[in-house]
Every structure is written in C-alpha cells, then in structure tokens.
Design a protein around this ligand. Structure first.
Ligand code: 5AD
Length: 360
C-alpha cells in the first residue's frame, strides 16, 4: 500500500487515493494533518471567521429519517422565534463584531414564511447598514424565493446534499417526491444561478455509508466547485426511524475522527473555500471544533439562539450548550479558539475566497 505522504504529493487526488486515506489507520495520518495545515495557511490564512447561529424555527415539512425535528416526530415541541427575537439575536452578533450570521430552520415553503423571512432580512440589513453578512440554511425553495431573499439582503446559502450517492440518499430519506435528491441538486443549481455563495455538505458516519461514498462526496464538492462546506458526524436521535441502526455505527470517537479526516482532505483539495467546524463535532468531543480548526476548518458558528428554544432544536442527541444564554457560550468559544492558537477575525464578513476569485 502507498504511504499517505506519497499520495498527498500528487497534484490531484483520485477516488482510489481518497478511499485509501479514509481507510488508513489513525497512526498513518500525521502527514495529512501537516499537509492540510500548510494548504490552509496559504489558501485562507490563519484566522477564524464567526457566524452567529440563529436557530429560527424547528417547524419542518420534511421527514428525513435521521433528523430529530422531522415532521413525523410528535415528541418535538415546535417553536418559531418572533421577528423581534430574531432581530435581537442579529443585534447581539453586531455588538460582538461577528461580521456574519446564519439563519437556520426546518424547511417550509409557504407564502407566509417566505414573506416573513424576506421582511426579517430587510430589517437585518437596515440594522447594521449592511455590516452583517447573512447566510441562510432554510432548505429547498423555488428559484423565485431564492431571488427574493437574495434581494432582501442574504449573501450565502447552505444546503447540504446529505449524501451524494443516490443510493445512500434514498436510504436516509422517505421514498417520495418531496425527498428527491434530484430536486435538491436542482436547488443547488438555482442558488448558484441566483448569485449566492453556495455551501453544501454531508453527514459522516451515517448508517449504510461506506468510505467510497465519502470519497465520492469529496469529489462531488470539487466538481460542484462549492464556496463553503459544513459537514459533521452523524449522531443518532432516539425519536427517528434510523435509530434502529444505532448499534451498527462506528463509535462516536471514530465518527469524529473520520469527520476531521474529511475536513483535512477537503482542505487539501479545495484550498480557498470556507469550511465550518460544526456543532455536531463539538457534541462528540468538547474540543471537537478546535480540532476541526487544526484539521483545516476556518469558520465557527457560535449559537445565538435564545436558551429557551435550544432544547427544542434537537437534530440529534447530546447537543452541546443547551442551558447557556448566548452571551455565555460566546465567551467560552472565544477562549477556546485563543487556546488552540487561532485568532478570530472580528468584524469581518469572511466571504469565501473561492467565490471572490470566481467573480473577479
Ligand atoms: N446527526 C447529525 N447531523 C444531523 N443533521 C440532521 N440530523 C442529524 C443527525 N442525526 C444535519 C443535517 C442537516 C443539518 C441542519 O443538520 O445534515 O442538513
């Protein structure tokens, strides 16, 4: 078998290379982390960009088999933040000089929701005079909705493909027209067309997933020429259909390790994109996000959701920081990033270098 260092010396990694690295023993992976660190420094520099995360609502029309806020989960108690609460969270991000926020929610495409979001976006833009950049993570919408939200002030959009393999996608979602991978791919195309910085991602260590699937996910990101990626370990949720497969999963520590390896490989493949250190990584290891930063990530999303809603935005088990008010978790995070040798880019938008390069 080829040594990892030799594979990483190639100008372009192919499917076989990626599978080899994903399946390597932990002890073999030193050269991967070292290479990712070098590529990161020249590709995006050493600073970490912050996005204040606002979990706007857990009301969802989808029924994804892995997700705790799926419409079929009657045990979830549903909420939607008010406009004023959302604006207050955005104001907190401005005061903290985060530069950017992410508004995430379950998927809804009714006219009332679309209009409310449009109004919120306009108010956020007015609030900071454009000082805050806004990422949306609100699922599949029509091209018209994407355009309206962009016109109202959104800049970036995250829509995870969840699994690039059509076969795996089918196993993770109900088999109906509302959950088709084809329409998700179309939505990603519409986002690019509309002019967003486009992000996608997958869950890592999901039931039925193989190393070849993950290699294909990385190649998918490269072929799509994405601007940003958010990916993290799959974590089982007891009130979901896929919980019956919990015993077949890799142990959580291994799922995190695999996620860090995916981050490092992607950084080597795509030097100038934004890669998030995701909350699910922190759910497995309190140091998970810092480890992701060391592996190649350059974006962290401190949670700004008011504490009383956090217990209800449960996509998976053991979500961290459920009892903290926003101010507290931000302070913890700042200290941790400093400790792990990173420095925070305060007051900067942190737009994707890949996006800016493509436009110029
Ligand atoms: N484990 C990990 N990530 C999950 N997500 C949803 N459910 C889970 C889970 N059980 C992720 C999906 C979705 C994002 C908002 O959260 O990838 O896109």
């Amino acid at each position: 078998m080829k040594p990892i260092a030799e594979i990483l010396g190639k100008t372009s990694l192919d499917r076989g290379d990626l599978i080899r690295v994903l399946e390597a023993d932990e002890g073999e992976c030193g050269p991967l982390l070292a290479r990712a660190a070098v590529v990161k420094r020249s590709g995006v520099g050493g600073r970490v960009y912050l996005r204040g995360l606002i979990e706007y609502s857990n009301i969802c029309s989808k029924d994804c088999l892995y997700c705790g806020i799926r419409s079929g989960n009657a045990a979830a108690s549903r909420y939607e933040m008010t406009e004023e609460e959302t604006l207050a969270a955005a104001r907190l991000a401005l005061e903290r000089r985060f530069g950017s926020i992410v508004i995430q929610a379950g998927e809804r495409d009714d006219a009332q929701f679309v209009a409310r979001m449009e109004r919120i976006l306009r108010r956020i833009r007015a609030l900071g005079g454009g000082a805050l950049h806004v990422t949306l993570s609100l699922g599949e919408q029509s091209p018209d909705t994407y355009r309206r939200w962009l016109d109202a002030g959104a800049h970036r959009y995250l829509l995870r493909i969840e699994a690039s393999s059509p076969d795996l996608y089918r196993k993770l979602h109900p088999e109906d027209a509302r959950h088709s991978q084809a329409s998700r791919l179309e939505a990603l195309g519409a986002l690019r067309e509309a002019g967003y910085q486009v992000g996608t991602g997958v869950m890592i260590g999901a039931p039925f997933q193989t190393a070849a699937d993950l290699a294909d996910d990385l190649l998918f990101f490269r072929d799509l020429d994405v601007d940003m990626i958010g990916m993290g370990p799959y974590i089982e949720h007891p009130d979901t259909p896929l919980y019956t497969h919990a015993l077949e999963l890799l142990p959580p520590r291994k799922r995190l390790e695999l996620s860090l390896r995916m981050v490092a490989l992607l950084r080597v493949m795509m030097p100038d994109i934004n890669i998030a250190a995701t909350t699910a990584m922190q759910a497995i290891d309190p140091e998970g996000r810092e480890r992701a930063i060391r592996a190649g990530a350059n974006v962290v999303m401190p949670n700004l959701t008011p504490a009383r809603y956090r217990h209800d935005y449960l996509l998976y088990e053991n979500k961290p920081c459920l009892d903290q008010e926003p101010e507290e978790s931000v302070e913890l995070l700042e200290a941790r990033i400093r400790e792990s040798g990173g420095s925070i880019a305060y007051g900067e938008w942190g737009d994707s270098g890949r996006f800016l390069a493509r436009k110029s």
